[in-house]
Ligand binder design. Structure first.
Ligand code: PEP
Ligand code: MG
Length: 325
């Protein structure tokens, strides 16, 4: 008999051949974590912490941040929570930070670029994240990494903050995983070089697409060019997953492609390890995954990597799904 979406939500995500798939939720506040669990999330794949900052009149201090991250960690009851450091800039403003007016905000002062420039902000946030790591399974990731130097700088700051906490006798998870978002093509191209240094990758397709095809994600006039099924984007995704697996690391995806049931057979076939999507989509995605055979999807992905337009990719996916029982 057919299961309802609620029934799917309550079960783990398993493919038709019995492969267990990790399905996590994107959240914008600690309060959303509880709902994510209710909707059947295996964890939080992306905690967008910038909303904590955007909903305030002044920069939230360490204590306030700590309480929010701890609440998320506790709500998830041991399931993993990936906290992304502040991704301000681009389309996200923060009046009290007085960011510069820029010609191209998406190519400008944004995310980790701000964190590495105004390090007191990043240090405070990392202290709060580390302290929260004592209350659950917390992982941290840096947004908008464009090269190894930035990653190493961010990692070095984290190491310094860890040493400070140890010195102060504050407890934190010494084995906390540290990863990066792959949302800039330069980082996807160098994935092999990153892979030996990071614990994991999380692909942010929302930005990766706009930077790969040079089409602003907010601009309706170029919306027809903005497509995560663009073959160039698919090759980058493939590259990142392969690079991580080659050295025993894992790759997740937290951009909106991860929430699209049409993309599921392709991503499964490419070997994606973790999907992070809006909590309301979890049930539908589990239903889709339950109909898929991993080996068939691998063969499909191989064929799709040879296609040359987004339209051809969509068509191949639709045809594949039409032949599924
Ligand atoms: C992304 O770029 O895909 C992503 C998940 O980050 P955001 O949408 O917050 O930029
Ligand atoms: Mg992004």
């Amino acid at each position: 008999r057919n299961r309802s979406l609620e029934e799917y939500a309550a079960r783990p995500a398993v493919t038709a051949d019995g492969t267990r798939v990790e399905l996590a939720a994107n959240i914008g506040s600690a309060a959303e974590a509880e709902n994510a669990v209710r909707q059947g999330a295996d964890g939080v794949g992306l905690f967008r912490t910038e909303f904590l900052f955007m909903n305030a009149q002044a920069m939230p201090g360490e204590e306030e941040q700590f309480r929010a991250y701890r609440e998320a960690a506790r709500s998830m009851g041991g399931r993993s929570v990936i906290i992304r450091t502040m991704d301000i800039g681009g389309d996200k403003e923060l009046p009290y930070l007085q960011l510069p007016k820029e010609m191209n905000p998406f190519l400008g002062y944004r995310a980790i670029r701000i964190g590495l420039d105004r390090q007191e902000l990043l240090r405070t946030q990392l202290r709060a994240v580390l302290r929260a790591s004592a209350f659950g399974t917390v992982k941290v990731m840096f947004p908008m990494i464009s090269g190894l130097q930035e990653w190493r700088q961010a990692k070095a700051i984290l190491t310094e903050v860890q040493a400070e906490l140890s010195q102060d006798g504050v407890s934190y998870d010494k084995n906390m995983e540290v990863g990066i978002m792959v949302e800039i093509p330069s980082t996807a191209v160098l994935a092999e070089m990153f892979a030996s240094e990071v614990d994991f990758f999380s692909i942010g397709t929302n930005d990766l697409v706009q930077y790969t095809v040079a089409a602003d994600r907010m601009n309706e006039h170029v919306a027809h060019l903005y497509d995560y099924f663009h073959p160039a984007v698919l090759h980058l995704i493939h590259r990142v997953i392969e690079a991580s697996h080659a050295v025993g690391k894992w790759t997740g995806m937290c951009g909106s492609m991860a929430g699209d049931p049409l993309a599921a057979p392709l991503l499964l076939g490419l070997g994606l390890d973790e999907w992070s999507l809006e909590a309301s989509r979890l049930g539908g995605m589990k239903e889709r995954l339950a109909s898929l055979d991993r080996q068939e999807c691998r063969e499909l992905a191989k064929r799709i990597l040879c296609l040359d337009t987004p339209q051809a990719v969509r068509q191949a996916l639709e045809e594949f799904l039409n032949t599924q029982g």
